[in-house]
Design a protein around this ligand. Structure first.
Ligand code: ATP
Ligand code: LTN
Length: 329
């Protein structure tokens, strides 16, 4: 059976882009593949975050994943730091990765203040190495992510191949699974950049848990253009194309088909707003139920960590032995 793994940081508020680009695929994947999903709290430490916030967000994000449809009887849901093998394989892979390839990562470049690499955290720099460890520990074949993660997945493949060549066949080389529609949900106020937890303004992003009327208003006020022509073309009409994609994801139609049905922006916005509200409703309802029983969420995570560790420990041992670490007697 194909092995799936993906992760999400417990930072900021989960938004529509995270759901459409990643979580929605995870909920589908779990029924077809042997699936592992983790809340990557170690990655969250690569930016400044209050300890209390990190603790609270870790459980909240796990609850959101369950609300989004992950079934703990079907998939394995866990917290990255509960499986210490992630940090350890991260070290081993850091001895395989080069400064040059990490310096080319656009996420590092984007998140580093211009010209101030000296002040950037080492953890932000080595972030993709830890991500590669997350993936390779589970002999992962398929990694469902949004389009922004393509470059990190390429790096992970490079590291796996280099390791295998240097130390012998050890890791499965994974493929990214990026959805055809909705892989890059754009910011509603600036449709030339992706909807982002850290970078989007409140009006630019739809939060997964926000009230329906707020969701609808943000979508109705999305920035488009002044051509008054409904056409699906992300390169030249990013605002309109974003609305067509959102409506498409929520209704199951393709953005091209939908473009033919509208000749004005007003009705397109109204329909997209209504469709997204309905699309999010079941997730919001389930979240409210789970939020009352965080003890349940923590029990799910404890069981998940145990299942994950059983797999991770074997892979870490295999990798360490291949590199020449002396087995403990
Ligand atoms: P940040 O703004 O802090 O970088 P983020 O919004 O990118 O955060 P992550 O936790 O880094 O959120 O991403 C979790 C998952 O959501 C990843 O698989 C990522 O590819 C996906 N994702 C993030 N933003 C979008 C988006 N706008 N459209 C589609 N998928 C997205
Ligand atoms: N880097 C990803 C989060 C992430 C991840 C992973 C995704 C950490 N480890 C392993 C897929 C597989 C992000 O910032 N969105």
């Amino acid at each position: 059976m194909t092995r799936v793994l993906s992760g999400i940081q417990p930072t900021g508020e989960i938004h529509l882009g995270n759901y459409v680009g990643a979580l929605r695929q995870w909920a589908l994947d779990q029924h077809e593949h042997d699936s592992f999903f983790c809340v990557v709290d170690l990655h969250a430490l690569s930016a400044d975050i209050e300890p209390e916030t990190l603790r609270a967000k870790t459980v909240e994000v796990a609850a959101i994943l369950l609300a989004a449809g992950l079934d703990p009887d079907v998939c394995t849901l866990f917290v990255q730091s509960h499986v210490h093998e992630h940090a350890e394989l991260g070290w081993l892979l850091g001895c395989v990765a080069s400064m040059g390839e990490l310096r080319r990562m656009t996420q590092f470049k984007d998140k580093t203040a211009k010209g101030d690499e000296g002040a950037a955290r080492v953890g932000l720099f080595t972030y993709p190495v830890l991500q590669a460890a997350d993936i390779l520990l589970y002999d992962t074949d398929r990694v469902p992510v949004g389009a922004d993660q393509r470059q990190h997945l390429e790096l992970c493949r490079d590291l796996a191949q280099r390791f295998n060549q240097r130390y012998g066949e050890t890791f499965v080389v994974p493929d990214a699974a990026i959805p055809k529609v909705g892989a890059r949900v754009m910011d509603l106020q600036d449709p030339t950049m992706k909807m982002s937890k850290s970078r989007s303004s409140p009006q630019g992003k739809v939060l997964l848990l926000e009230p329906p009327e707020v969701v609808a208003k943000k979508i109705r006020r999305a920035v488009t253009d002044n051509e008054a022509e409904v056409r699906y073309d992300p390169a030249t009409k990013p605002g309109v194309s974003n609305l067509l994609e959102l409506l498409g994801v929520a209704t199951g139609a393709t953005p091209q088909e939908l473009a033919d049905k509208y000749d004005q922006y007003g009705p397109l916005k109204a329909d997209a707003a209504a469709a997204v509200v309905e699309f999010l409703r079941p997730v919001q309802t389930r979240f409210r139920e789970l939020a009352d029983d965080l003890g349940h969420v923590e029990r799910v995570l404890a069981k998940g960590a145990e299942k994950a560790q059983a797999v991770a420990a074997r892979t870490l041992h295999r990798a360490g032995s291949a590199m020449g670490l002396l087995p403990r007697r």
